[in-house]
Design a protein around this ligand. Structure first.
Ligand code: NAP
Length: 338
């Protein structure tokens, strides 16, 4: 079978396509024929050695994918041959609160091998059924990006119809957050650097779209759009570089769900608005299998379809990563594994 590994060292130039023996499932495990994998910003950081430079190599990158069960080991009851499944991001986090024990060494795409392989053996407990109406390419986008957005909007955000959500940019997490927020009946303000993407965000239901390059002080028009009150939830993917604006845009008692670091992971933050405005800064780390199943149930009911920007073949993994690195995408970049 073909696999892509980060091979001799970090860097896109060290991604290698090679052959490996087909693995066999042991008791409790399933062999999954991987059809598609999707890229997350984390995968790019991992390949570049910026996520965890101590990761053991060679490593198969990419946490997210979807495929079909082709064989099961002894005692497997959760899945059957022929089932369409997705792996959970953190294989050890089944339910409840996150903990070091549940997450520590159980995340796919580092330290555990990820989805850029034609077949993967995974424990049955780390698999979730694909919503029926989705293709495997679409489903491959759900485990990390979809679930993180879901949790920011529903679990942590507790969003209600009529409330305001602010999403930043048009990447994987943000487009999912826009979709979930609209489904919840919330009103959405989106930021983007591109006028063309602004049109697409509007078409998807963003009521207000602000170009964050042309308007670096975007919190002002965002706040104005809410009648001066501020938004209920900010889905913060920019990190240190955008937090100040987010804190100005959020309402008193609102929530900033801190997810990403696209505009920097460290920097000076003025915490005074946090305490004076009673703002909740909430970190989000993907979600458990239980969260994932809740999300899939909702997606199945609403027939929501993830936005796939472009599909690359496995042998063009480097091009796919470059496409993502350039910020040229809208929604998710997918790799067709086979
Ligand atoms: N905590 C977690 O569990 C978790 C889970 C998933 C992702 N993340 C993190 O969340 C972030 C987003 O991940 P992703 O996979 O969705 O990334 P992505 O698809 O690569 O998002 C890229 C897009 O983000 C937008 N962007 C970049 N800088 C921005 C800025 N300063 N202000 C507003 N938008 C900006 C751009 O949109 P435009 O082109 O429209 O300008 C860009 O195209 C990453 O930092 C990732 O590591 C964290």
């Amino acid at each position: 079978m073909r696999v892509v590994t980060i091979d001799q060292g970090f860097g896109l130039e060290n991604l290698k396509l090679s052959e490996r023996e087909l693995p066999a499932p042991r008791p409790g495990e399933a062999l999954v024929k991987i059809s598609a994998a999707s890229l997350n910003y984390r995968d790019l950081l991992t390949v570049r050695g910026l996520y965890n430079p101590k990761l053991k190599l060679p490593l198969i990158p990419c946490s997210d994918g979807a495929g079909v069960v082709t064989a099961v080991g002894e005692g497997v009851t959760r899945v059957r041959v022929g089932d369409r499944v997705m792996p959970t991001f953190a294989q050890g986090w089944l339910s409840g609160e996150p903990s070091r024990e549940k997450l520590g060494s159980s995340t796919l795409g580092g330290p555990l091998d990820g989805m850029l392989a034609e077949h993967r053996v995974l424990h049955e407990s780390g698999l979730v059924a694909v919503p029926e109406h989705l293709t495997l390419e679409q489903a491959s986008t759900l485990p990390c990006a979809g679930l993180t957005a879901w949790r920011a909007i529903f679990d942590h955000g507790g969003i209600l119809p009529g409330q305001w959500v602010l999403v930043q940019g048009s990447g994987g997490v943000s487009v999912f957050a826009l979709q979930f927020a609209r489904q919840a009946g919330a009103r959405v303000i989106a930021t983007t650097s591109s006028d063309e993407k602004a049109e697409r965000l509007r078409a998807m239901g963003a009521e207000v779209v602000i170009n964050y390059r042309a308007t670096p002080n975007w919190s002002k028009p965002a706040r104005d759009a809410t009648g001066g009150r501020g938004v209920d939830v900010v889905v913060e993917v920019g990190g240190a570089g955008t937090l100040e604006q987010s804190l100005r845009a959020v309402k008193m008692g609102g929530r900033v769900s801190v997810i990403g670091v696209l505009a920097g992971g460290a920097g000076e933050v003025n915490l005074i608005p946090v305490l004076m405005q009673d703002v909740r800064l909430q970190g989000v780390i993907v979600g458990s299998r239980e969260h994932f199943e809740h999300m899939c149930r909702a997606i199945e009911a609403s027939k929501m379809v993830p936005v796939v920007d472009r599909v690359f073949p496995l042998e063009q993994t480097v091009e796919a990563m470059q496409h993502m690195a350039a910020g040229a995408h809208f929604g998710k970049v997918v790799i067709q594994v086979q």
